[in-house]
Design a protein around this ligand. Structure first.
Ligand code: NAD
Ligand code: UFG
Length: 341
């Protein structure tokens, strides 16, 4: 069994499907702070099996201890965290307590049960505004722009120190670029609570008429069309990377600690305007948008050098930007039908 913390969330739920497809049984653990139990039902509908779900807060040590008593885990995929950059500016202590504190509690309980295969959700935010493009894992960290970004840097450091102290921990630090899209069945997808901060959920809600128009944050950057560039990857590609990373952990020598960061992206950047055009091409829907001011804290352009993940995990993305956008739209249409926005 594989412990999936944050398993009812966006990336955790898709990864549960990929794990099951690969023959692992995920145990989904979530306090439903930023998700709904319906995501677990969605996973069950896709895989056709009763995937275990445990409503546990990972900061609750006693509850985690009890969880480890009920299941025998071969590895943990640790997604559970708060992830809103803006909210983290207003509530830095809450982000430190949940993201860094939560990891600490999890590691204490996991090591007491000799669970040493750990896959951690990090982010390309650790690089800040990189000097060289595409960005490789060797690029230095910049001072984090937000408390959220700092928690990812801090957690990587906690895991490094933990691995050194344990002597037999196998840790994959997965630095995600921009995951988008949904499972093609539209049984699961991204469920933003309130007004979305991220581009794709805002865009699909704008197309649905839930929001007036998408504001493109800045059209005067030093990029070919003046808008910011990101590396958008399909969430199912990202999900499959976690299976590869778990297998990589399981393949490491038992008597040695190994910790390694991996960039997870397509290796290609797309501007905000290219995403809008791609969405219109992929779905036939018109995107209502206006050009607006720059958003504070935005990196101008970042995309991954994903060659380490290709060489060492045997993973690469297989789904195109248009496929990702079409899947995001299919999911939004389902939410619209259900009236769940
Ligand atoms: P999400 O909010 O959809 O999922 C996170 C889940 O963790 C939620 O279901 C939430 O309820 C749960 N959770 C939070 N704190 C918890 C706690 N103390 N105990 C138990 N459950 C808790 O977010 P996501 O997009 O699926 O992100 C998953 C991970 O990937 C996070 O660590 C996030 O920081 C990281 N990440 C996400 C992105 C992105 O663009 N989505 C990019 C880089 C990194
Ligand atoms: N954007 C708009 N309008 C919007 C929303 C976004 O133009 O309404 C633009 C942004 O300026 C940016 C691009 O779309 O250029 C992508 O923005 P997102 O908010 O979707 O993604 P970010 O790259 O800003 O943020 C993501 C994750 C964060 C993480 C960060 C690291 O969501 O968790 O990458 O760079 F910290």
């Amino acid at each position: 069994m594989v412990l999936v913390t944050g398993g009812a969330g966006y990336i955790g739920s898709h990864t549960a499907v990929a794990l099951h497809e690969a023959g692992f049984m995920p145990v989904l653990v979530d306090n439903l702070h930023n998700s709904k139990a319906s995501a677990v039902d969605g996973v069950r509908a896709i895989v056709g099996e009763d995937i275990p779900f445990e409503a546990v807060d990972i900061c609750d040590k006693a509850a985690l201890e009890a969880l480890f008593g009920r299941h025998d885990f071969v590895g943990v995929l640790h997604f559970a965290a708060h992830k809103a950059v803006g909210e983290s500016m207003a509530k830095p202590a809450m982000y430190a307590a949940n993201n860094v504190g939560g990891l600490g509690v999890l590691l204490e309980v996991a090591s007491a049960h000799d669970l040493d295969n750990i896959v951690f959700s990090s982010s390309c935010t650790v690089y800040g505004e990189p000097e060289d493009m595409p960005v490789a894992e060797s690029a230095p960290f910049q001072r984090a722009e937000s408390p959220y970004g700092w928690t990812k840097q801090a957690c990587e450091r906690v895991l490094e120190d933990h691995a050194a102290a344990r002597g037999a921990a196998h840790v994959a630090l997965l630095r995600y670029f921009n995951p988008i899209g949904a499972h093609p069945s539209a049984n699961i997808g991204e469920l933003p609570l309130g007004v979305p901060n991220n581009l794709i959920p805002f865009l699909t809600q704008a197309v649905s008429g839930i929001r007036k128009a998408l504001t493109v944050f800045g059209g005067d950057y030093a990029t070919p069309d003046g808008t910011c560039i990101r590396d958008y990857l399909h969430v199912m590609d990202l999900a499959e990377a976690h299976v590869a990373a778990l297998q990589w952990c399981l393949d490491q020598p038992d008597d040695q600690s190994v910790i390694r960061p991996f960039n997870l992206g397509t290796g290609k950047g797309a501007s905000v305007l290219e995403v809008i055009q791609g969405f219109e091409r992929a779905t036939g829907q018109k995107v209502p948008y206006t050009m607006g001011e720059r958003r504070e804290g935005d990196v101008v352009a970042i995309w991954a050098d994903p060659s380490r993940a290709a060489n060492e995990l045997g993973w690469r993305t297989t789904r195109s930007l248009d496929t990702s956008l079409a899947d995001a739209w299919r999911w939004q249409e389902k939410l619209n039908q259900e009236g769940s926005n």
